[in-house]
Design a protein around this ligand. Structure first.
Ligand code: C2E
Ligand code: MG
Ligand code: MG
Length: 706
């Protein structure tokens, strides 16, 4: 016997189970979980109904058909409240829960009745066994009989529920859910027709199998298709979201890179800035630690970049920095790091160095950096730099300690002189502390009157008369004792204190000169030393004129000594300043002449009245011919430029005699007198001024030399 309809029932069971699974899946994360869950339950209910229908129709005997019939009835009752519940979940105006509770109660009573009555809840009695045969030969066992009241009630209730469901569907249609509502309508129509046919079959009007479940199978199938469509749309939306997320992440990555650039890159040179440098230093330290190699941190400051900025503008000084960065880049390896961590300079990391010799090679490369001048728009800048270096693991182990050590070395390099490369040395810490202490002591020195001046005579080579005295500052500190100007003047210059100290020197020297002039030394001049910072001070003229006026001195009584190295640092600007001072009537002289390599053409334009021949040449005169030659040619140069020349550091009679023979007109040195206190210098001036051929004050006989 062919079992086509039975198979159709079983297929419908499969479709319903699949629809139930779909609905259950959709219930998670859907906007209508209640609808989906109730639909899933409904599908299961109808699946049970179809299954037991199939079992009933294909049962071999009546008792088994009746047993299956009871279970089919059970499911057919159960679906009524479930349909109502599913429809209500779609209803905009929610029905009271009590109604569904009532429906469920009724369903339970009907179910109980179904299992207790002898023929199930549908029939009071059964008509004789009916067998329905299809045209293709399949025979089904159909049950017919007298319908019960409960059955009629359940039918009525299910009719009401269907009317309610149609009502909800109408409102869905109004809400533009056209496709869904159309499917529900068709499904309901099929169910309605099959329900009517079923009733007719039950009451014996016709004999045919119960097809009510197939109406719902249509609904469930359509639902599954809709779910599939929704899932596809969902997947597409997920793809869109994933794409949008990926784009957002890429944009974020780009924004991070931009922020990283701003945070970690120097805008002027494109090199890493301080923050970028520190990150790289940490990374490279880790790497070198693992590899057991050395790493050098080099801090590199271009000297006098501020002066270039002041005289040629910011654009030029920026260009200088760019050019220097290019030169440095060309000298380092790819694995090294160059960064702009300071306004006037750079920081370097030379990594993976195996031996100390490797560090030496690296330093040599740096030292040749300024062999050629930097040329910008036709201007040539002969640059110098101060460089400080610290090495891992020799000097420090951590990035912070390494940087601090390199800073110390740089500090030391700056104080030692131009173009210095200093490697860190533990004693630097101590020195720095001493310098800090000295600086704070220096700040208090003027207020506490710890400075005083001593005076060293400048003697005429022919008459032996004291023509002038040079004021030399001394610092008497209660703890440090007598501090040499060589130790504290550079510190005063670097801290700016020199302006205040220099003004005090000018005032004190002028008042002392006035006292001596009043005591009868009317033609005596006073020489004071001027440092570079004072020369840049716009108040200098006022300070000088004020001191001269207060002490009733002529400008020509005062001579300003400017060391040659100061003059050549910024020639153009210095010449302008010197002309201004000269125009006030002051005398000017070049101190330590011969040590600064001034060019002859430059000397010609300097408005000075005297050179002071540096004492190193005087000292070397009787030891080497070069010094003697320099002394002779400097004296000749001064003669040809019609300038005075003072020989400094004349310590012996032989030196004095030799210099006199070379034509030097003025001497200063221990042979004549050491620097003297004001009182001692006063007494010195009172002495009979005799010929230098018979020296006035040989070494060792000076009164209270300081
Ligand atoms: P300077 O201006 O060249 O002064 C001459 C220095 O040579 C003085 O050293 C002096 O004591 C020393 N001297 C003089 N004759 C002899 C000699 O025969 N043999 C030797 N070995 N030395 C001699 P001092 O007083 O220690 O001053 C050192 C430098 O400090 C000065 O060199 C000057 O550049 C600077 N200085 C001194 N006082 C002042 C000041 O008031 N202001 C500024 N800015 N600098 C000052
Ligand atoms: Mg001097
Ligand atoms: Mg000198």
């Amino acid at each position: 016997m062919s079992s086509l309809l039975t198979s159709a029932y079983l297929i419908s069971v499969g479709i319903l189970l699949m629809a139930a699974a779909h609905a259950a899946i959709l219930a998670h994360g859907s906007g209508h979980p209640r609808t989906n869950w109730s639909f899933a339950a409904l599908c299961l209910g109808f699946a049970g109904f179809q299954l037991f229908n199939a079992m009933q129709y294909s049962a071999p005997d009546l008792p088994r058909a009746l047993a299956a019939h009871r279970w089919a009835n059970f499911f057919s009752i159960l679906v009524v409240p479930l349909i109502a519940f599913a429809a209500a979940s779609l209803d905009a105006k929610k029905r009271p829960l009590r109604l569904f509770a009532g429906l469920l109660g009724l369903a339970c009573l009907a179910i109980a009745y179904n299992f207790m009555s002898p023929f199930g809840y549908r029939f009071y009695s059964l008509a004789p066994d009916q067998v329905f045969t299809f045209p293709w030969g399949e025979s089904l066992r159909v049950l017919q009989g007298q319908p019960t009241l409960v059955y009629r009630l359940v039918r009525l209730t299910s009719l009401c529920v269907m009317v309610y469901t149609m009502n909800v569907t109408l409102s869905l249609m109004r809400m533009k859910e056209r496709l869904s509502s159309m499917i529900i309508w068709i499904g309901l129509a099929i169910m309605g027709i099959t329900l009517a046919l079923g009733s007719m079959s039950d009451s014996g009007v016709i004999a045919m199998p119960y097809l009510g479940g197939f109406g719902f199978v249509f609904l469930a199938g359509a639902f599954s298709l809709l779910v599939r469509k929704e899932m596809l749309a969902h997947a597409q939306q997920e793809q869109r979201i994933t794409r949008a997320l990926a784009e957002a992440m890429q944009e974020r990555h780009r924004a991070n890179e931009r922020a990283d650039k701003i945070l970690h890159q120097d805008a002027l040179t494109g090199l890493p800035n301080r923050a970028g440098f520190c990150i790289r230093l940490e990374n490279l330290l880790g790497l070198n630690r693992r590899l057991g190699t050395k790493l050098a941190v080099v801090l590199f400051d271009i000297n006098h970049l501020g002066a270039i900025k002041g005289t040629h503008g910011l654009t030029t000084s920026d260009e200088v920095l760019r050019r220097v960065s290019q030169r440095l880049c060309a000298r380092i390896r790819d694995s090294d790091v160059l960064a702009r961590t300071r306004s006037d300079g750079f920081a370097l990391i030379a990594s993976h160095i195996r031996t100390d010799a490797g560090i030496g090679v690296f330093c040599e490369k740096l030292s040749s950096l300024f062999a050629d001048p930097v040329e910008i728009d036709g201007l040539h800048f002969q640059l110098t730099a101060s460089t400080g270096m610290a090495i891992f693991p020799n000097d420090a182990m951590t990035a912070g300690e390494l940087l601090a050590a390199a800073e110390l070395a740089l500090h030391e390099a700056k104080h030692t002189g131009t173009n210095q490369l200093r490697a860190f040395d533990p004693s630097m810490k101590e020195k720095l502390q001493q310098r800090i202490n000295l600086e704070s002591a220096l700040r208090e020195a003027i207020g506490r009157q710890q400075f005083f001046l001593c005076y060293q005579p400048q003697v005429c080579a022919t008459s032996g008369r004291t023509l002038a005295v040079e004021a030399l500052i001394r610092w008497q500190h209660p703890e440090y004792g007598l501090v040499s100007p060589l130790d504290f003047i550079p510190l005063a210059e670097s801290t700016g204190l020199i302006i205040q100290i220099g003004a005090w020197v000018i005032e004190t020297a002028c008042s002392q000169l006035a006292a001596w002039q009043q005591a009868g030394h009317g033609s005596l001049r006073m020489a004071v030393n001027l440092s570079a910072a004072q020369l840049l001070d716009p108040q200098l003229e006022d300070t000088l004129l004020g001191a001269l006026a207060r002490n009733g001195l002529a400008a020509s009584d005062l001579e300003l000594e400017i060391t040659e190295s100061v003059l050549i640092q910024d020639p153009e600007h210095t010449v302008d300043r010197l002309v201004a001072l000269r125009n006030l009537g002051l005398r000017l002289s070049i101190d330590d002449f011969g040590t600064g390599y001034s060019s002859l053409s430059y000397l010609r334009v300097l408005p000075v009245q005297a050179f002071k021949l540096d004492r190193t040449f005087v000292d070397g005169m009787d030891k080497d011919t070069t010094s003697l030659e320099i002394c002779a040619s400097t004296i000749r140069l001064a003669e040809s430029l019609k300038l005075d020349i003072v020989a400094e550091g004349v310590e012996t009679e032989a030196q004095a005699r030799q210099l006199r023979e070379l034509g030097c007109p003025i001497f200063q040195g221990y042979f004549f007198s050491r620097p003297l206190s004001a009182d001692a210098a006063g007494r010195y001036l009172q002495r009979p001024q005799s010929s230098p051929h018979a020296p006035i004050m040989p070494l060792g006989q000076a009164p209270t030399a300081l």
